[in-house]
Design a protein around this ligand. Sequence first.
Ligand SMILES: [Zn+2]
Ligand SMILES: [Zn+2]
Length: 310
Amino acid sequence: MTEKSWLKGNLHTHTTNSDGDESPEHVAEWYHEHGYDWLCLSDHDHLTILEGTAAEKAKWPLLVHGEEVTSRGANGPVHVNGYGVTEVVKASDSDDIVTAMRENVERIIAAGGMASINHPNFRWAFDGGAMMQVEGYKFMEVFNGHPESHNEGGGGKTSTVGIWDRLLSQNRRVWGIAVDDAHHYTGEFTANRSNPGRGWVQVRASSLSQQDIYEAMSDGDFYASTGVTIGGLTASMSEIKLEIDPETTPSDGIQAKYTTVFTGANGRVLHESISNSPSYKPTRLDGYVRATVYSSRGTRAWTQPVFTGD
Ligand SMILES: [Zn+2]
Ligand SMILES: [Zn+2]
């Protein structure tokens, strides 16, 4: 059996082929220089595919094909990422949120891709109710690094993770991803700009190839992160066990501290642990079990759910 390893990638990125402020080549170099193994250049309604010489490719991460299929109807934006699409997908022009979402997902699947529902709380466009009316998408963004994405919800609006729990509780098999949605690579890097490096996924794949990355993503063999590193992860009906790699301050060797929360159906907290090797044994009654790791540095990681009815 081939040994699998963790490969870091960002699934949502813009370049000058849409509203990003740098060329695809520069953006690819930024991610390579910052330790990413792979990257999806997901421009609005444009399939950015970089052809390069061997010398150029050595400066880029592996590029995975994708597009942000972008509906701008009167009732709010419906952006759906298509991963692995083989041709440009035309966005739905419906004004109805659910229709636009359904058509975008269907068109992505017809183009050979996997669909991901982006930033539900961007302009407070839609919530879990709309997402429950659409089928066929594999992913949703539980963290989006764009400052207008309102991941945490509030004021009566459900957080993106809360929406995820609602879908999972109704037995929808949706994996949660963290992404940059980066647009700004020049000038100052500040919280109110959409800079790269904020959210990513670590997929467990046998090789650094598009096919193996798609396969790991499709199987949910990955975790989402905004800074927490999980070195070891086993997730099955018998046990979910994590090995957290603690972040250490180089100057004084001080380690961050972690709390891991295991969540089940309807967002119920099943177990909480302060160990760096937290574990939980699911029961049939849990419905599903997923883990969130909270770091004292403010960063997080989310593992994918195990469905206990399977
Ligand atoms: Zn978007
Ligand atoms: Zn975007």
